[in-house]
Design a binder for this molecule. Structure first.
Ligand SMILES: Nc1ncnc2c1ncn2[C@@H]1O[C@H](COP(=O)(O)OP(=O)(O)OP(=O)(O)O)[C@@H](O)[C@H]1O
Ligand SMILES: [Mg+2]
Length: 305
């Protein structure tokens, strides 16, 4: 099914009865965690709220253990803005081999550090294999020192964007109720499955009016995914449309800091508790380590455009 067909399906399909969530099967081994467990916030479509959600979740997760926020929107990153930081250094220098990742770390608040992306650095949006390996190596160097890694993903389905998601332990696909966002989330899910067939992402509906709209949105997505991909993400929660999001951006603070009493922040706190449980169930594979193993070797040539 191509994007146009997907859009048509999302327009036509009506919500169906909710399928029961997948049963959680605990895995018995590997209780010894040596690397941070990683959470990638992705969406397909731009502007769905990935950065707002990442900044809030990273802030909340940092309350229970050292957390590293990785801005994987490499060319036009803005995670630093939402943490009120103006970094002198960024992943651009790591990709260029001029600095190691530790040297570009930005401390945001107690137990929360950031690897900032480039700001208006177009070539970072399409890293060469060598640049991606340098960044992966930098993350690998640091990931043993953190409990959680939160990846603020770029929009789209570029190989680089999908690589970060495929290498993360937990993938959270964000969508809004809009058909365009749903369609792009479907495209992202499809490409992610092509890269990592064993991945069952979680789904978060942002900017919903109420729980019923969120459930209907998720079911619309899942019914199409079930039919055409024989796979479906699991709905983990929803977030209300809330002016607190805009206020927090104006204050350059995560919404859970700027407006802790808002409905959006309360929902994000519930979400972070649920996600922390999901992360605790994973066997952290190491984001940097997995990227190093799965991205093309630097010697390989870039595919023709
Ligand atoms: N729950 C919400 N309630 C109200 N507004 C929201 C909410 N979530 C996001 N927004 C709005 O959506 C805009 C985009 O949010 P954000 O920058 O986090 O999206 P993004 O997915 O990271 O975008 P990009 O793909 O460009 O990186 C914000 O400026 C904010 O105004
Ligand atoms: Mg963003």
């Amino acid at each position: 099914m191509n994007w146009d067909q997907a859009r048509k399906w999302f327009s036509l399909r009506r919500p169906q009865q909710e399928a029961p969530p997948r049963a959680f099967r605990p895995r018995g081994d590997a209780l010894h965690i040596v690397r941070a467990s990683s959470l990638c916030i992705a969406s397909g479509k731009g502007g769905t709220g990935k950065s707002i959600v990442s900044s809030a979740l990273a802030t909340l997760l940092a309350r229970s253990g050292r957390t590293l926020l990785v801005d994987a929107d490499m060319g036009v990153g803005n995670a630093h803005i939402l943490q009120n930081r103006l970094p002198e250094h960024s992943l651009v220098e790591v990709a260029e081999g001029r600095r190691c990742a530790r040297d570009v770390l930005v401390s945001c608040r107690p137990q929360l550090d950031l690897l900032a992306a480039g700001s208006g650095v177009s070539h970072m949006a399409e890293l060469t294999p060598l640049e991606l390996q340098l960044i992966a190596g930098g993350i690998e160097e640091l990931e043993g020192e953190y409990r959680h890694l939160v990846v603020d993903s770029a929009a789209g389905i570029s190989p680089q964007t999908v690589s970060f998601a495929a290498a993360s332990d937990v993938v959270l696909i964000l969508t809004t109720p809009d058909i365009t966002a749903l369609t792009d989330a479907y495209a992202f899910f499809k490409v992610l499955l092509q890269r990592r067939g064993d991945c069952t992402p979680l789904m978060l509906v942002n900017r919903a009016t109420d729980a019923a709209e969120a459930q209907a949105t998720a079911e619309r997505f899942r019914s199409v995914a079930r039919r055409f991909l024989q796979r479906e993400p699991r709905l983990i929660g929803w977030l209300p449309d809330d002016r607190a999001a805009v206020q927090s951006i104006a204050r350059r603070e995560p919404v859970v800091v700027a407006c802790p009493e808002s409905e959006l922040s309360k929902s994000l706190v519930r979400l972070s508790v649920a996600l922390e449980q999901e992360l605790a169930r994973t066997h952290p594979r190491g984001l940097g380590r997995t990227l190093l193993r799965t991205v093309p070797a630097p010697a390989s040539k870039r595919a023709p455009a």
